[in-house]
Design a protein around this ligand. Structure first.
Ligand SMILES: [Zn+2]
Ligand SMILES: [Zn+2]
Length: 352
């Protein structure tokens, strides 16, 4: 647990928060006019180790060599040259901040942080954070790593680092909503995994098991990878599952929800999948009949609530896919670079 304080005057700027892995959707932009929920669960924070925020430099000013030195191996529109280590918290977990009225720019429905930090420390006036709540963005407060300081909070047990965390009962992000729309969180998490799957495929087709794994990945893999060569096989692996069969080449393994650490799967190539999504693929929640008391005549069956089914094919997030693929060293191989170029030049074309 930690609280974050103003680096200028030590005023407390957050509630007590515990660290979790950086969510896959942190840089996701999801459809103009769509108001997304809050990025971080209440009581948690995450750290973005890449530079973030202004100033930005465009790809043609940076060049491939300089980008590669900071772990970006394929063209991107622009890279941030702000400080690394931004801290994301839920807006409701901030304390003692005020908006800076002249920096409250946004596109249409709220603030998007285009003018730099828009929240100041209430006590000393130092700009300390950026509140983002415009449509298309996950609502969050991004604490400026150069303007705040993390202080360990006392009297709290150290956070557990066990894989037990995957099986704890907690609110899980449902894959579709009541209207049958796929969850943007699933689209972002699957896009990260899809980029890693392509890198692990070595350019061969990848076969995935029928069921929820196929729902997320089969169409995208079949569309992006050329047919013809013998397929590599991917399957779920991880805590509570038996070791993968010998013919499995690629293990879809969970990342730890708190540390971001990837489950180790000896003998196979491991491809990471966000822990809460992995858990739902391993044991999809089935809707069990709920006993009801009174009101219904004998012989009448309840047909509600109806099970949630998607009304479209699943589409991984285009932007998150490109963001991830550009940061995998394998994208320097010609076949994968061609896939990156094709996807980048045709925004949102099938399978995105
Ligand atoms: Zn809007
Ligand atoms: Zn201050």
């Amino acid at each position: 647990m930690a609280v974050f304080v103003c680096a200028g005057c030590d005023a407390v700027l957050t509630a007590q928060v515990s660290r979790v892995a950086l969510p896959a959707e942190v840089h996701q932009i999801w459809g103009n006019g769509t108001l997304l929920p809050v990025l971080m669960e209440a009581g948690t924070y995450a750290v973005d180790l890449e530079p973030s925020g202004p100033p930005w430099r465009r790809w043609d000013e940076i060049g491939a060599d300089e980008a590669a030195e900071r772990g970006v191996y394929a063209p991107v529109f622009a890279l941030s040259y702000g400080a690394p280590g931004a801290v994301f918290v839920a807006p409701g977990d901030t304390r003692g901040t005020v908006l800076i009225p002249e920096r409250c720019g946004g596109f249409c429905c709220g603030l998007d942080g285009r003018d730099g930090p828009n929240l100041a420390c209430e006590r000393c006036g130092r700009a300390v954070a950026t509140r983002i709540d415009d449509c298309s963005y996950w609502q969050s407060v991004r604490l400026d790593p150069e303007a705040v300081r993390g202080v360990p909070a006392e009297d709290v047990a150290p956070e557990a680092d066990s894989w037990q965390a995957l099986t704890e009962p907690r609110d899980r992000t449902p894959r579709v909503d009541q209207c049958g729309r796929w969850s943007p969180r699933w689209a972002a998490a699957a896009a990260v995994t899809l980029a890693h799957l392509l890198a692990a495929s070595d350019g061969a087709p990848v076969a995935v098991p029928d069921g929820p794994v196929a729902d997320l990945f089969r169409h995208a893999l079949d569309t992006l990878l050329p047919a013809g060569r013998p397929a590599r096989t991917a399957a779920l692996a991880g805590p509570s599952l038996p070791a993968p069969d010998p013919e499995v080449d690629i293990a879809l393994v969970p990342t730890h929800p708190r540390t971001g650490r990837t489950w180790q799967s000896p003998g196979t190539v491991a491809v990471p999948l966000a822990g809460d999504i992995w858990t739902q693929l391993v044991s999809p929640q089935r809707q069990l009949p709920i006993p009801v008391a009174g009101g219904m005549p004998d012989g009448v069956f309840r047909d509600d609530p109806l099970p949630l089914h998607p009304h479209t094919l699943f589409r991984p997030d285009w932007g998150v896919f490109l963001h991830t693929l550009a940061r995998l060293p394998a994208v320097r191989e010609r076949w994968l670079r061609e896939i990156h170029e094709r996807v980048r030049n045709r925004p949102y074309a099938d399978p995105f």
